[in-house]
Write a new protein. Structure first.
Length: 183
């Protein structure tokens, strides 16, 4: 009679541990998804600020601005919780390219750089860039926590069975330089 009770107790304890571990892994996974969603929101806001900047530049360089707006709209995609770090890097590449081209237009039209609306838009672009950097840190920290948990014994034994896998980090683009100064 005692052995069946001990076995039942061990099964209940094991089931409780598995449930607790699964819930902890879900929280970590959701933190990663949340951080990726935040990056998407901030990149979207950054694209909006770039579009406003280009609308402002239309008055100075209509053709270049319109061409760049069309390029941005065609290459822009939405970053969601299920997006990959590679998706984020692609979008950051589009933004970086657009900023470089805007910088070239601004160099040719000094009155554009002197425009207060231009300065305000550039401040917004810079502000969103700082928010993206912060969210990248949060994302990578969340990935570190999940990956570490998944790799540690005994969680490593059940993480795969529960459908959890290691996630990729958001790394800086190799060609990433500092944001061009357009003030």
């Amino acid at each position: 009679m005692t052995i069946p009770i001990i076995i039942a107790l061990l099964v209940v304890l094991l089931a409780g541990w598995v449930m607790s571990t699964q819930r902890r892994l879900v929280v970590m996974d959701e933190n990663i998804n949340n951080a990726m969603s935040q990056i998407g929101v901030q990149l979207s806001s950054r694209f909006d600020a770039l579009t406003a900047l280009l609308d402002l530049a239309k008055g100075y360089a209509a053709h270049e601005s319109q061409t760049l707006i069309e390029t941005i709209k065609s290459r822009r995609s939405v970053i969601t919780a299920k997006s990959t770090p590679q998706d984020v890097l692609r979008q950051e590449g589009v933004i970086s390219e657009a900023l470089g081209r805007i910088s070239m237009v601004a160099e040719r039209y000094p009155e554009l750089k002197a425009d207060k609306g231009y300065a305000k838009c550039m401040d917004a672009v810079d502000s969103y860039e700082k928010m993206v950097r912060t969210s990248r840190l949060i994302y990578n920290d969340s990935v570190t926590k999940l990956n570490r948990e998944i790799r540690m014994f005994p969680v490593s034994l059940i993480a795969g069975m529960l459908g959890f896998r290691q996630r990729d980090y958001l790394e800086a683009r190799e060609d990433k330089a500092d944001m061009p100064s357009m003030k």
